[in-house]
Every structure is written in structure tokens, then in C-alpha cells.
Design a protein around this ligand. Structure first.
Ligand code: 9D3
Length: 252
């Protein structure tokens, strides 16, 4: 997959994509990431990319022309059509369903704003879709672009080792559930003991316990993710048992 990022801070994107799963995917050619800086397409001695807003008020607005030339260069670098996705607090919050949709594309262009935002006429003319990271205030779109690059790269064929199959991720089931707890050595520690079932060697019992923990955690921490009516009979039973055990012994 090819991702072009239009940003005043292309070095930020390069850094965030250099390590771990994304770095390895880029090395292996599964991800081709390019940064494009509107300042390189700005005219004049000052190479201005922003100006004061009509109507007044605080902050600056990104100008149409440097962005237009920059985006045109990014588009022309590859013949494949690409949606232009604007990272913005006015977008729809990113979900794993949207990540799956984007991950299937051959190409996309991510547009990062800075300052108060981008001239609305540019957005109307060029932007396919707006995506937000959630209801909190960031300083620009770059972290959002890095999040999308990471999340879609994990879903590329061959990006993950056997160790971390994407199919096992939280939110990837038919019903998105939170992950179960994980433990490693030592089995006995001053902060607690690893649950016996995980050391039993009984793989069916272990799978059952993990499923039960996922159900319970989701019910307690993210009830918005859990449609209990949609659960299988077996899952409802597991959750009911977990709730009863918790009521009897509320120590977490
Ligand atoms: C007058 C209010 N403005 C500043 C507090 C609004 C505002 C302008 C620009 C708020 C944030 C930003 C920059 N944010 C992003 O570019 C951004 C973002 C975010 O702030 N929250 C969640 N997701 C995203 S994606 C891009």
C-alpha cells in the first residue's frame, strides 16, 4: 500500500514510521510512505503557508495555493486513484471498521492541518473524507496520520509475525471484545500469582478462561462495545459465571 502524507512536518511522519511493525513493513516493501510539505510549494521569499482568518479571531488559516500545488504533486507521483483523507476534529471518529476499509485500498493521501485549520474552499474541492481521533484537542493532524499509518499497516498481508495475528486483536471479532489479561514469569511474585488455569496445560480450559475474562472486562470497562443480546448462549453463560464469581469475591 502507498500512503502520501501532506504535512508541514514530514520528518515527524518519517520518524513515527521507522520503528517496529510499521518500520519492518516499510523495509519489506509492504508500505510505501511519502511525505509532502506544502512549504516546498509556497511562493515568495517567505514561503507563506498561512494567513489571518477573514472575520478575525485567533490563530491562522492554511492557504489554498501551497496546499493545492503540494497535493497535485502528491497525486501525480502515482497513477492509482487515492482518496484524500483530512485529519480533523470535525471528522467521524476512527474505528477498526474504517481501518479495515482503508487497509484494503492500494493508495491513500492523508492531509494534516496545523494552526486553526485549512481554508474551507480547499477542503470542499479536494477532500474525500474527514477523520478524527476522538473528542480531545490536538495541535495538528500528524498524530492522526501516524495512527492511520500504523493501524492500516498491521492489516497488510505479511506485516505481522505469527506471534501477533491481527485476527486475534481486540475489536476484530464479530463482536469486538477487550483483550484478556496476560502473564509471564515468575509464576509467583510479591504482587500476585498467575491464575492456575494458565499453567494447567488444558488448552480448552485456557481458551474458555481467556474468553470469559474478555467478556467480563468488556462488560465492566466498555459496556458500549457489548451487545449482550448478540452474545452466543455459551458466552452469556461465561459472563454470568464471571459476574457471580466477582460478586462472591470482589478482590480484583
Ligand atoms: C478554537 C478551537 N480550536 C483550537 C482549540 C479548534 C481546533 C483547531 C485545530 C482544534 C484542534 C485543531 C488541530 N487538531 C487536529 O488537527 C486534529 C485532531 C484533534 O484535534 N482532535 C482529534 N482528532 C484530530 S485529527 C486532527
Amino acid at each position: 500500500m502507498r500512503i502520501d502524507v501532506v504535512t508541514l512536518f514530514p520528518e515527524f511522519m518519517a520518524q513515527s514510521a521507522a520503528l517496529g511493525v510499521v518500520g519492518r513493513a516499510a523495509e519489506r516493501g509492504l508500505l510505501e510512505l511519502h511525505g509532502w510539505n506544502p512549504r516546498d510549494y509556497a511562493e515568495g521569499n517567505y514561503r507563506r503557508v498561512d494567513d489571518r482568518p477573514f472575520g478575525g479571531g485567533p490563530g491562522m488559516v492554511m492557504l489554498i495555493e501551497p496546499l493545492r500545488a503540494c497535493l497535485a504533486a502528491a497525486k501525480a507521483a502515482d497513477p492509482a486513484p487515492a482518496p484524500v483523507i483530512y485529519l480533523s476534529p470535525q471528522g467521524r471518529p476512527l474505528t477498526q471498521a474504517k481501518v479495515r476499509e482503508l487497509a484494503a485500498l492500494p493508495r491513500m493521501i492523508l492531509l494534516c492541518g496545523r494552526y486553526e485549520g485549512i481554508d474551507e474552499r480547499f477542503l470542499e474541492a479536494e477532500v474525500t473524507e474527514e477523520i478524527s481521533l476522538g473528542d480531545y484537542v490536538l495541535s495538528g493532524g500528524e498524530l492522526g496520520a501516524a495512527v492511520i499509518v500504523d493501524a492500516v499497516t498491521r492489516l497488510q498481508d505479511g506485516a505481522l509475525g505469527d506471534a501477533e495475528s491481527a485476527a486475534q486483536d481486540s475489536f476484530e471479532g464479530p463482536q469486538g471484545l477487550l483483550d484478556c489479561p496476560h502473564y509471564s514469569h515468575p509464576a509467583q511474585h510479591e504482587w500476585g500469582t498467575v491464575p492456575d488455569v494458565l499453567r494447567s496445560g488444558n488448552h480448552a480450559a485456557i481458551a474458555r478462561w481467556r474468553r470469559q475474562q474478555s467478556l467480563l472486562r468488556t462488560a465492566l470497562r466498555r459496556p458500549d462495545l457489548l451487545d449482550e443480546g448478540q452474545l452466543s448462549k455459551a458466552d452469556r453463560l461465561l459472563l454470568e459465571q464471571a459476574r457471580q464469581a466477582l460478586a462472591k469475591d470482589p478482590t480484583p
